[in-house]
Design a protein around this ligand. Sequence first.
Ligand SMILES: [Fe+2]
Length: 208
Amino acid sequence: MPYLLLENLNWLIDAIIGGLAKSKGEGVDTVLARLAGQRRDAAALVHPVARSLPVTHYLSQCIAETMLLDARLAAALAAVEPHLQWCRSIHYTDALLGEGFVANYGWCELVGPRGFFPGEDFLLGLLMLGPGRHYRDHYHPAPELYWPLTSGAEWRKGSEDLTPKSAGSTIWHAPNVVHATRTQDKPLLALWCWTSDTATPAKLVAQA
Ligand SMILES: [Fe+2]
């Protein structure tokens, strides 16, 4: 079983590298360079305790949609999905982010302290948001890439308006750029990556 998990994780990360390599988006080269230096051999493998969250109710639907973007990636996600440890920030509450947000939000790490391979100041994971949610303006020192695997969510950074991004787009956030994500009628599954300065968590912008 551990060997099969390792094989599936490497299948998934290879699919991520292959998918991102087709993108010419800002920041992709930085992510690919970090991934190229990431250990993912048997000796580096750890086993986070698998955990689902209410939002992962939408995961199979999102993986099915990911097949439209990249069937190999979707198949690898389905293989690894039972082993993922889904987490939430304890600082994100319904009082801050809207009634029902906590039950409609979650993230996991593939690489990182909660993932399968410890990264060296490098995090790679998945984010989920349920339909009709607004992950409002926040920022962090880590440079960040998002790669939505499903369509329909709106994204903004800086003073931009919220703009729909299709599945397979790449979205790069330079350090401390304020950014937000809003879903409409569909849940969102996105890959995310912090390429450095990972020790400081995201902070919500105080509401006026
Ligand atoms: Fe972010």
